[in-house]
Design a protein around this ligand. Sequence first.
Ligand code: EPU
Length: 447
Amino acid sequence: MALAQKNPIFGCISWGKRYLLPLREHTDCVMQIVVEHSEALRGEVQVPGAKNSVLKLMAVTLLAEGEYRLTNVPDIADVDTMCDLLRALGVQSKKVGTHELVLTNSGNITPVAPFEFVDRIRASINVLGPLVGRYGSADIAMPGGDDFGSRPIDLHVAGLEAMGARFELNKDGIRATAKRLQGASIELKFPSVGATENILTAAVLANGVTVIDNAAREPEIVDLCNMLVAMGAQIEGIGTSRLVIHGSKKGSLRGVRHAVINDRVQAATYIAAVAIAGGDVQVRGARPEHMEMVINKYTQMGVSIYPQRDGLRVTAPERLTAIDFATLPYPGIATDYKPLLVAMNSISSGVGIVTENLFPGRFRYIEELCKLGADIRIDGHHAVIKGVDHLIGTAVTAPDIRAGAALVVAGLAAHGETVISEIHHIDRGYDDLVGRLSGLGADVTRV
Ligand code: EPU
């Protein structure tokens, strides 16, 4: 039966057509990941540092002259892009081994962020707060990053305007200027991660006290606050939705050594891999206190998760049970976990309904899961997933970082070969996903 018949809404490739397609593209420059159906996974996997933390920690080196030593840095493409961007602004970086980064701010900063780097990653917008707070101006092209619909920065702008910054749009992007920013009371209409970070990192050098209400409180923001405090900033309410920042004098902050927190989304990825392939794995460095809601959902699906001294032990049931969930800001289920949970639902028993509340366009990968035989329908910002017995390997394309990783993990449950292209997306945020899964016994290779 044609998959397209099963999932007409997505126009999935029919069996006949599928066999006419070369699964692997043999060109010099195209890298792909090939996943074979997996037996149960066993062993240990170490969770690397968090992308969504390290990039923000790197940006705050703009705030003060000095040397910064970041450890537990993930070996990912976005870190390289952020190094390029910071170098263009005047901060030098040097890798020490694969997981340590030394950044040096000698005070020679040009607050102009070029399009060629800003366009590549969303976190490039995180230089805005430090630049306008410390140097009184910032010229920044509009940030890029994953394409899941419109990603406005109105909350960043409104917050900084409340502190006295002026913004203008020009053909190259945005230009922000300010004399010295003034502390202000800012209530975010939505707990935006990026807006919280930019207002926070601008406020640490503002004149007076800034209060951010309805602030985002993701673990990565706590990590950022902890590094800022080590640099000499005064921040109260860390980890809550009300941050109170007492502005410090320019020149009073200093370079520090800081270990990046572990990546909760990568930890969740290895749990999902075990859930899908079966097995018994220690996920070292997973922080259950950062993952409470998603662990609850995994548990409802039948996955057994036991806290250990340094992480989690994960075992999988014979068959997963489908669940309903909705994405929400932290401590809710992060939108970044969604592709993993959808992949799990697609081979569970029962029907799961998923609601995306953060990025309405973040469903593009579902068409790819359907190519593997998943039975999923979209209705607005809901997806209805009817579990199938198994998936069938074919050629799919990674549309973004998290969806790409979910397709790799889904491939573990697919009969035959799953070939994932556009894996540069995965490389942006995953530190050796292939090596780590192979270390657990999965047959996953880069070709
Ligand atoms: N929003 C606005 N106005 C703004 C800012 C945000 O309307 O000024 C809306 C966005 O359009 C979106 C929602 O608020 O609908 C959430 O955006 P938020 O600002 O919280 O997210 P972000 O800072 O753009 C970060 C992560 C994302 C992660 C989200 C949500 C980084 C670099 N990116 O994005 O991570 O999905 O928070 O948790 O930290 C990823 O790692 O793959 C990734 C996409």
